[in-house]
Design a protein around this ligand. Structure first.
Ligand SMILES: [Fe+2]
Length: 305
């Protein structure tokens, strides 16, 4: 369809937060960021490093993406924006725009083999303002296609997902096309379990229209680098909530299966079979399991046999 006025020309429909999985336990208010010299250290980086060192590998549903900011490359020179320790505060909000649709599908990959455009993977973490990763946080993405059009009839290039037990997410999509009045961007709603929704947009560095789009916010720039024939982007969301690692967090070992072979923190692939609550289930979509995604609760991931 032909896009009509740019996002900032009129408000969109009211946000409708998705009913996410049960809030991950442990997301209770915790102490805020420590003042003083500690603020000079990237607590976010330390936490991520600790999570990786502890064996909490970055769970990527697409399987192959490395975090650009954690390795040498063009994205390395960009500041981690926003950080939760530099006084910049939580991730900035942006208007929703006219193209949001509620009830998007649960999926991390928004493209099919026939989707036109430059492949793009966006990955990162959702953190509380005290830099603690937030498991089970909702991320609902929507964007224009390669030609700059939004699918208002269906759900092409729309999808929501939840951060895994380490607070990480990964989105498989394409680089969105340009449309009149706007620079290149991806829309997203982010919500920690039981907390307010943050509506914002992510931007691409080096875009000529960044300097003319009145909505553009440099604090919402992803780090982007080339990756084969596509691109990899990274961005860490910082939500205005306190977070404390709960069960399934980066420092917690997997818990015992609750009455079956299913367990959180496992990388299941399509076709895998588990039992839960006395019933058998078959995995229909590869994912990393987590508390709140028990087989009976997520029919998009598990089919009862
Ligand atoms: Fe838009």
């Amino acid at each position: 369809m032909t896009p009509t006025p740019p996002d900032h020309s009129r408000p969109g429909p009211a946000a409708t937060p998705h009913p996410g999985p049960p809030p991950a336990s442990g997301l209770t208010p915790g102490p805020g960021p420590a003042p003083g010299p500690e603020r000079m250290i990237s607590r976010k980086s330390l936490l991520k490093a600790a999570a990786v060192a502890a064996g909490a590998a970055i769970p990527l549903l697409t399987g192959t993406v490395a975090l650009a900011r954690d390795s040498a490359g063009p994205g390395r020179s960009l500041p981690a924006t926003p950080t939760c320790d530099d006084g910049d505060g939580p991730t900035h909000d942006q208007i929703e725009g006219p193209y949001f649709k509620p009830n998007s599908p649960l999926r991390t990959k928004l493209v099919t083999p026939g989707t036109a455009g430059t492949p793009l993977t966006v990955s990162g973490y959702v953190l509380g303002r005290n830099c603690v990763p937030l498991p089970g946080a909702l991320l609902d993405f929507w964007q224009a296609d390669d030609a700059g059009n939004y699918d208002m009839a269906g759900y092409t290039l729309r999808g929501h997902q939840f951060t895994d037990s380490t607070g990480a997410f990964s989105l498989g999509t394409i680089v969105p096309g340009l449309y009149p009045g706007r620079t290149r961007h991806i829309h997203v709603k982010a919500q920690a379990p039981g907390q307010p929704v943050l509506t914002t947009q992510l931007y691409f560095p080096g875009e000529p229209r960044n300097s003319t789009d009145t909505l553009f916010d440099a604090a919402l720039l992803m780090a982007v680098r080339g990756a084969g024939s596509g691109k990899e982007g990274t961005f860490d969301f910082v939500l205005n909530v306190d977070g404390t690692p709960g069960p399934g967090g980066p420092t917690d070992p997997p818990t015992d299966p609750p009455g079956g072979t299913w367990a959180p923190g496992q990388a299941y692939k399509a076709g895998d079979r588990v039992t839960y609550g006395g019933a058998a289930y078959r995995c229909v979509q590869a994912h990393t399991s987590m508390t709140g995604w028990e087989p009976p609760d997520v029919p998009a991931l598990w089919a009862r046999e």
